[in-house]
Design a protein around this ligand. Sequence first.
Ligand SMILES: C[S@@+](CC[C@H](N)C(=O)[O-])C[C@H]1O[C@@H](n2cnc3c(N)ncnc32)[C@H](O)[C@@H]1O
Length: 237
Amino acid sequence: MPHPERQRRLLYGRRKGPKLRGRQAELLDTLLPLLALKIEKNKNPREYFSTPVSEVWLEVGFGAGEHLHALAMAHPEVGLIGAEPFINGVAKLLSRIDSHTSSLSPAGGEGILGRIRLHAGDARDIIDALPDGSLGKVMILFPDPWPKTRHRKRRFIQSEMLDALARVMKPGAELRFATDDPGYLVWALERMIAHPQFQWTAKRAGDWRQRPADWPQTRYEAKAIRGQPSYFSFVRV
Ligand SMILES: C[S@@+](CC[C@H](N)C(=O)[O-])C[C@H]1O[C@@H](n2cnc3c(N)ncnc32)[C@H](O)[C@@H]1O
């Protein structure tokens, strides 16, 4: 039986890709410490930001961060927390933030540094520490599909995880989920529909076939290697 902590860590895949060099390596040493989320139990997440924010959104597994960055640019009133254990992805997001902060405009420059906090690790560390009803939106976009039956316990969406998310989300908060994996689609929908605290917002059949206009495309989605992407929006009731 693996040690419980080790078992917990098994959820995600690799943490490191090719060795980082140059500017990206530098940003891990210089910019990441400025944006790193210092997780504190029961801290109101609005207090993690140096710029005042009216609500806080969480992106689980932001990959290369293009979605998180686009949201931060589009919503100056929101604080964004991103979790991603794959350090090369974190470095890509830092690069993106860095290239946009050189202009230091109040909307997209300095302001963005005060409104993004990153955890180069497991999103569950953040969720476990958050107080009840403290998030306005949670996004889980193209989570690792873990298609083999014996690996399904590694999928991020589990009934227990939905309980944890329901706890930390405000009533009316949105849970966004996308996948291009038909097996994960069925798995996640079964659990989300069965959950008493989440309600699917789809009005017609085609709703989940099209990415909503305010939902920036992610890098993984652009490749959509497993099949047609599906998009789900649930509300915490
Ligand atoms: C298939 S990729 C998709 C990345 C991105 N959302 C996109 O659409 O381009 C899934 C990502 O989830 C991350 N991930 C897996 N488990 C995680 C966890 N427990 N907490 C945070 N991120 C996780 C992986 O490292 C990986 O980068």
